[in-house]
Write a protein that binds this ligand. Structure first.
Ligand SMILES: NC(=O)c1ccc[n+]([C@@H]2O[C@H](COP(=O)([O-])OP(=O)(O)OC[C@H]3O[C@@H](n4cnc5c(N)ncnc54)[C@H](OP(=O)(O)O)[C@@H]3O)[C@@H](O)[C@H]2O)c1
Length: 247
């Protein structure tokens, strides 16, 4: 039973919707992101709807990897125990390859891959001491096959999925479950005009499916399951021309 959850990137989009979904299911929360004022407004709204719940907010920049463990330790001490940590924080950047500025690509890797790994690593350290827990990483279907225009983002997610798949095996003996989440396209603030992408869903729908999968203990959650669980198997073998046309 998951009753205490820390979520990175909880100030908007999928992370915020996951916070509402776990609150609806009675979990106490620690909300993490850089924009503390947005977290506090979210926490106030959740407390107003669910007065019995504990909801705390902590400022966190996942790119500052040395802050991950102390922040999660603080989250654990605020709630007394942490059942689940969700590494959700992420950024993107479009059409940057060869445009003369590599810094955004580097930032994407630092936040999505290095920051995501650091979150799972810090959660694993905490869970080893606690005697178990669930670590969740929000990857993307772009890990299955890179999306043209989002090369660095796709690379960050392919790397993160690989890390999650490997740590799942490493950490099982410590009573730690590692879950990889692969969302398709979700309408959030991560990129403009998300509605132009295929099979787009709302953050609320994504959160419902993600939390369902987490509480069921699935190791790989694909949302929406259809069509992406089928596409995920065939898309790696599709010719470049088909991928180019699709995006
Ligand atoms: N939307 C999609 O179609 C889609 C599809 C697949 C996967 N995903 C993944 O889902 C996750 C959430 O994305 P979203 O679509 O919900 O985007 P979003 O609405 O832009 O939310 C991103 C969240 O990440 C946080 N964040 C960004 N940089 C951070 C940093 N350095 N440290 C801490 N927090 C940081 C932001 O908070 P602050 O700015 O307040 O720090 C925000 O809360 C990402 O990992 C994304 O790659 C999204």
């Amino acid at each position: 039973m998951i009753k205490s959850v820390a979520i990175t990137g909880a100030s908007s989009g999928i992370g915020k919707a996951i916070a509402y979904e776990f609150a609806r299911r009675g979990a106490n929360l620690v909300l993490l992101a850089r924009r503390l004022e947005l977290l506090q407004a979210l926490a106030d709204d959740i407390r107003a709807q669910y007065p019995a719940l504990q909801v705390h907010c902590l400022a966190l920049d996942v790119a500052q990897t040395e802050t991950l463990y102390p922040t999660l330790e603080q989250a654990q001490s605020l709630l007394g125990h942490l059942d689940c940590v969700i590494a959700n924080a992420g950024i993107t950047g479009v059409n940057k390859t060869g445009a003369g500025d590599f810094s955004r690509d580097q930032q994407i890797i630092q936040v999505n891959l290095v920051g995501g790994m650091a979150t799972i690593d810090a959660a694993a350290r905490l869970f080893r001491q606690q005697g178990g827990g669930t670590a969740v990483g929000i990857s993307s279907v772009s890990a299955f096959r890179g999306i043209p225009g989002s090369a660095a983002y796709s690379a960050s997610k392919a790397g993160f999925s690989s890390y999650l798949d490997t740590t799942r095996i490493e950490l099982k003996k410590h009573g730690i479950q590692v879950i990889a989440v692969h969302p398709g396209f979700v309408k959030t603030e991560i990129a403009p005009n998300m509605e132009k992408y295929p099979f787009v869903i709302s953050a609320e729908q994504a959160a419902r499916d993600i939390v369902d999968g987490i509480v069921k203990g699935k190791s790989n959650i694909i949302v929406p399951a259809l069509p992406w669980s089928v596409l995920g198997r065939v898309i790696p073998f599709m010719p470049d021309a088909v991928i180019e046309k699709a995006f």
